[in-house]
Every structure is written in structure tokens, then in C-alpha cells.
Design a protein around this ligand. Structure first.
Ligand SMILES: Cc1cc2nc3c(=O)[nH]c(=O)nc-3n(C[C@H](O)[C@H](O)[C@H](O)COP(=O)(O)O)c2cc1C
Length: 388
């Protein structure tokens, strides 16, 4: 087990090269039908989490939402040791990291074969395109977040603000700019992720307009904009939309167990589903065998990945705690909550007290646990590196 300091040196010792030597990412054709997809999750979906999702069997993985104003200040640097492109922010911390796809390699890793979608938070067609161009070697498809109801997104005209009638023209302009500048020019698909509007007629009208922008797929989170995750998704309301649209619709909401995948497909009429919390709680939900693995085994694998990629230990703790929020009343959760660094996290997961973890809290019970967002907002994603 690496200490936090040792883990840090994995990245700092790496030989790095500058922008001009960044390997070109080959175009991976993406078919959005019949797929099980890792949903975007802020603070959770860094490279370690996405890699493990791909290893378990996710067909497509999304990044967390990253805001265009932050990405535009990033500098791409090739990390030869980890074989990643690291997008370094103005403070020297890694904002986004992606594995290099080596088309020549005889044995690409599972996560090199699985397409990575960069999710953008944006309210500007010009800036969205500029960022998408800057990051062209860091993703296989690009998605615009049009569903986030949080204050931070909405007050900047991003997320679900783009679905307001007065902002919809701007939303279509963003998508048209990306379709022309990225999808048509570079062959990388453009998609968007939205929520249900207040009536099915309005949702259908919106879909038709979104489709007309030329996007390759549309993901619908089957909740109305003001709805909280503890409220049940209205999956059946996606069905009338998926029946009429020509571009594939990806259904999102309430897939918590492997058997929910087919249930949600039936309810929505969609052939592809996207999973957020179900994956955060147990990434083995993507296994083609459709049987979950022991959560502790999955958590230990995730911790190894977080250390390998030099993740910030505070954020690693956040991810592991969110993973075990389904067990918020257990001793294991208490141990995780007290951790101060990678050694503690390692000990907490390997502590052998044979505690019974078979009982899980329901999504409704979990929603009543106070969030700790503010604490984590302050933490950088990954430690500073000496790339420059
Ligand atoms: C921790 C967390 C972070 C999220 N971050 C994002 C995000 O960055 N972008 C986005 O479009 N949705 C985000 N969401 C919403 C999910 O992608 C998804 O739409 C929602 O949780 C419903 O899916 P589920 O029922 O499978 O959880 C987030 C959800 C969670 C739980």
C-alpha cells in the first residue's frame, strides 16, 4: 500500500511532455443503442472511477460535469508514466485526466476500449466550442449538461436553466455550434442530458428541436427539474418520447440493481440506460453477469485505483463514504468518516470485524442524511504535480 506521499510521487516522477507531443486520440465510433452507461457524477467520476466502471463492463463512461470557464484555462500535458493526458488548471492541480487511447497496442486496457464522454457545463456556444477544440484529444464524445437544477449551474445560465423557454434558443445554438465544429469536423458525437418538462407535449416539442440540431443521442433524466433524487423517477413518461424520436434516447433514473436495467428499458422503451447512484454504491452493477460483487471487494479495488492515479485523499474519502452511504449506520462507515489519508482508508477497508453488511438503507433513507458538499468543494481533485 502506498502512502499518500509515495502516491503523490507516482505522478511527480513521471516524465511529461508538452502540448505539441500530446498523442492524438483516434476516433472511436460510438453506437448509443443497447448500452449501459456510467452517468456523470461531480467529484466522483474521475479517471480511477471511470476506469473501474469500464473494467466491470460499462459500455460508455461520462466524466463529471466540468465548467467551460474553468476548462478554458487548462493546459494539456502528456504524462508518459501513467499514459494519461492531464489537463492542468491555473493553480497547478489536475482538473481532468484521461487515459491515452493506444490504437496500435495489442492489449488495450478495458478502459482504453470504452468511450469517454466529456460533460460540459456551459451557457455559451463560442466558449463551449473553444473548450471542445482545446480538449479534442481528451474525449470520444461531448455532452452538454442541460439538467442540473443546482444554484451554481442555474445562476450561470447552465444546466437546467438552458431548458427555460427564454433560454432554449441558446441551448440549441450551443448544440449546433458543437455539432458543426466537433461532430462534423472531428467525427466525435455531440449529445445532451436533459430532464422532463412539465407536460409530455412540451417534452416532445423540446426533443424534436434538440433532434433538429443534429445531436447523436439525447439522455433524459426522468425527473422534472425541481424534483430531488429521493422522489421516484417517472420512467414511463420517457416512453412517448422514445417512440417518436429518431436519435437514440438514453434513459436515466432509478437503476439500483442489475435487474432494474431491463425494467427501466421496458418502462421507457429505450434500449440504453444510464446509471448514477446505483454505480456509485456498487460499480459492479455493470457486470455482464448481472450479479453484484461484494461491495468491500469493489471498494478495495477503487482505493487502489485512486492511489495509482494520485487522487486527493480527501476526495477519495468522499467517494468511498458516498459508496457506503447505503451503510451509513455501520461501524465500517464510522471508520471511513474518521479517516485522514490513504493509510487510514486502507486500514478502514481492511479492518476485519466480520460486520454484517447485508442490510442496505433505501434511497429515501439515504436522502435524509445531511450532505457534506461544502467541505468537498474546497478540495482539489488531485494533488499538485510538477508537470511544468
Ligand atoms: C454524486 C452525484 C453527482 C452528480 N453530478 C452530475 C453531473 O456532474 N452532471 C449531470 O448531468 N448529472 C449529475 N448527477 C445526476 C446524475 O447523473 C443522474 O442524472 C441522477 O442521479 C439520476 O440517476 P440515478 O437515479 O441513477 O441516480 C449527479 C448525481 C449524483 C448522485
Amino acid at each position: 500500500m502506498l502512502s499518500e506521499q509515495q502516491a503523490s510521487s507516482v505522478a511527480t516522477e513521471a516524465t511529461t511532455t508538452t502540448n505539441s507531443n500530446i498523442p492524438k486520440r483516434p476516433v472511436i465510433p460510438i453506437d448509443y443503442t443497447n448500452k449501459v452507461i456510467l452517468a456523470p457524477m461531480v467529484r466522483v467520476n474521475g479517471l480511477p472511477f471511470r476506469r473501474l466502471a469500464a473494467r466491470f463492463g460499462a459500455d460508455i463512461v461520462y466524466s463529471e460535469e466540468l465548467v467551460d470557464k474553468k476548462l478554458i484555462k487548462c493546459k494539456p500535458v502528456y504524462n508518459e508514466k501513467l499514459k494519461t493526458i492531464d489537463y492542468i488548471g491555473h493553480d497547478g492541480n489536475i482538473v481532468y485526466q484521461v487515459e491515452v487511447v493506444d490504437k496500435e497496442s495489442d492489449s488495450p486496457t478495458a478502459s482504453q476500449k470504452v468511450p469517454t464522454v466529456l460533460q460540459l457545463g456551459t451557457s455559451s456556444p463560442e466558449l463551449a466550442l473553444q473548450v471542445a477544440e482545446l480538449m479534442i484529444d481528451g474525449y470520444d464524445a461531448i455532452d452538454v449538461n442541460m439538467g442540473c437544477p443546482k444554484k451554481f449551474s442555474v445562476k450561470g445560465g447552465m444546466g437546467s436553466a438552458l431548458l427555460r423557454p427564454e433560454n432554449q434558443e441558446n441551448a440549441f445554438a450551443i448544440l449546433r455550434a458543437l455539432v458543426k465544429g466537433i461532430q462534423e469536423k472531428h467525427g466525435k458525437p455531440v449529445t445532451c442530458k436533459i430532464r422532463l418538462l412539465d407536460t409530455t407535449e412540451n417534452t416532445i416539442e423540446l426533443y424534436e428541436k434538440l433532434q433538429a440540431t443534429g445531436v447523436t443521442a439525447i439522455c433524459v433524466h426522468a425527473r422534472y427539474i425541481p424534483q430531488r433524487p429521493r422522489e421516484k423517477a417517472h420512467s414511463h413518461l420517457v416512453d412517448p418520447v422514445s417512440k417518436i424520436t429518431k436519435v437514440p434516447i438514453i434513459a436515466n433514473g432509478d437503476v439500483f440493481k442489475p435487474e432494474d436495467i431491463d425494467r427501466i428499458k421496458d418502462l421507457t422503451g429505450c434500449s440504453s440506460v444510464m446509471i448514477a447512484r446505483g454505480a456509485m454504491w456498487n460499480l459492479s452493477i455493470f457486470r455482464k453477469e448481472k450479479v453484484l460483487l461484494d461491495k468491500l471487494v469493489v471498494a478495495k479495488e477503487l482505493l487502489d485505483e485512486l492511489i495509482k492515479y494520485n487522487y486527493h485523499s480527501g476526495l477519495s474519502k468522499y467517494i468511498l463514504k458516498r459508496m457506503f452511504e447505503t451503510h451509513a449506520k455501520t461501524k465500517l462507515y464510522e471508520r471511513l468518516a474518521k479517516c485522514k489519508g490513504f493509510d487510514d482508508l486502507h486500514k478502514a477497508l481492511h479492518f476485519n470485524d466480520n460486520e454484517d453488511l447485508s442490510k442496505e438503507l433505501t434511497p429515501e433513507q439515504i436522502a435524509s442524511i445531511p450532505a457534506e458538499d461544502d467541505e468537498v468543494d474546497l478540495a482539489p481533485r488531485q494533488k499538485k504535480t510538477k508537470h511544468e
